[in-house]
Design a protein around this ligand. Sequence first.
Ligand code: NAP
Length: 246
Amino acid sequence: MQILNGKVALVTGASKGIGAVTAFKLAQNGAKVIVNYNGSHKAAEQVVADIRNAGGYAIAVQADVSKEADVKRLFDDSIAALGKIDILVNNAGIMLTKPIGQVSGDEFDQLISINVKGVFNTLHQAAGKLADKGSVINLSSTVTRTMFPGYGPYCASKGAVEQLTRIFAKEVGGRGINVNAVSPGPTETELFLNGKTQEDIERLAGSNAFGRLGQPDDIASVIVTLASDDAKWISGQIIGVNGAMA
Ligand code: NAP
């Protein structure tokens, strides 16, 4: 029997990168999956097609996680289509790497609206709508431990995600819901590669004990484990998935 048989999973930002591989892996382990995306309609439909071709079940639902009304619709339409949501993976996120002195107020607001308000919006819906005994997995980042210069607003946004994780775990534990965050190190996706030189990439790949970049599959495997009933006693934790980087 597959470990997620009978479960329904919602993955935000699942059109690409870690979210797309997580959606595929959740489906491979028996979950029906809602593939959320914002702008990348074609890529999201491809993720759905890949899941269906491999014998799984998935639908794509567009919603901008930074917008409360979109996220309410995302939950309501998903529950109408699949009956419930057991697993919420808060993966949607953007990154900005600039010294604080060079970040505009608008750039800061946009980052916080997606990375923090987006997580707040889904947790707000999940508080009443996620099924009893469900699981929430939020995506933080190892930068909350390394505190690299140039990552100020991004690091602040993920610090907020970690605190929402710890508190939400205590608020919904009574319904049997466990809530955790995973903190990937540098992982080979568009978000990581954009704007980096080959030298930057090699330096960051060399910053963990394995001397390579993480792959989306390295992160998705841990998310699948945290979503399974075997991980129910893990809650309120921030789990580094970074090859001993920090
Ligand atoms: P990615 O390849 O750039 O993919 C980001 C995903 O987020 C896309 O599917 C995108 O969908 C979606 N998204 C962006 N804004 C959205 C919005 N407003 N509403 C809904 N979806 C939205 O990024 P990734 O590297 O896989 O990162 C996934 C998560 O892991 C992020 O939270 C990131 O901070 C975290 N993380 C990544 C790394 C890394 O090195 N890659 C390290 C630590 C943590 P559309 O294209 O459809 O808009």
